[in-house]
Each structure stands twice: as structure tokens, then as C-alpha cells.
Design a protein around this ligand. Structure first.
Ligand code: FES
Length: 110
């Protein structure tokens, strides 16, 4: 199958724009694999966190896919995917800063 993938990329001023890609994939592939295909074959300029554990335990691969916050290493591809960063401060493209979330966590422990 070919998935239609829209990715929220940041322009030089930090404004989001949708970039479109067609990605060959199997139904059993994960969203993270589609992102890796795009990076390796279509757009090496895209910024995203590559999977670390690939088992759903570290959470570093989390993004917003079709409006839901998911772990991309555990989420199967769908025919149409809109991939955005998590609702946190965006560093670039799909990379967010977790420092705000970590700061809130520490505050709760005090
Ligand atoms: S890579 Fe660790 S949760 Fe996805």
C-alpha cells in the first residue's frame, strides 16, 4: 500500500506548513518506520526524534498522529496520516521540548 503522509514542518520563522509524501508500506508497519523511510528516501531535512527503545517504553517517539498523541513505534500506519508534534513547545518540525513537562513534574514532587 502507499500511505499519504502529511507532516507539519516548521519554516525558517517557526511557522508550520504541511509537507506531503507518499510512502510505500505494509499494513503491519509502524508510523516510526514511515518517518524513517521519509527521512532516508524523500526528505533528509525533516527533524524528528528517532525511536530509542522501539518497544513503547521510553516515550521519546511520541507525536500527534491524526489528532491523537501516540507512540509512533507502536502505532500502525494508516492510509492517510497527519503527523504533528506533541502539544508542547516545538523545537523544529516534529521535535518538542520536554523540559516544560519535566519542570511541572518536579514541581508536583515538592
Ligand atoms: S521508541 Fe520508545 S516508546 Fe517508542
Amino acid at each position: 500500500m502507499k500511505a499519504q503522509v502529511y507532516i507539519a514542518k516548521s519554516d525558517e520563522y517557526g511557522k508550520r506548513q504541511w509537507a506531503y509524501y507518499e510512502v510505500p508500506c505494509a499494513p503491519s508497519d509502524r508510523v516510526s518506520q514511515a518517518l524513517q523511510y521519509i527521512y532516508e528516501n524523500l526528505d533528509a531535512d525533516i527533524a524528528y526524534r528517532q525511536c530509542f527503545c522501539k518497544r513503547g517504553s521510553c516515550g521519546l517517539c511520541m507525536m500527534t498522529v491524526n489528532g491523537k498523541c501516540v507512540k509512533t513505534c507502536r502505532t500502525p500506519v494508516s492510509p492517510v496520516m497527519r503527523i504533528e508534534p506533541l502539544p508542547l513547545p516545538v523545537v523544529r518540525d516534529l521535535v518538542v521540548s520536554f523540559s516544560e513537562r519535566e519542570g511541572k513534574g518536579r514541581a508536583r514532587q515538592v
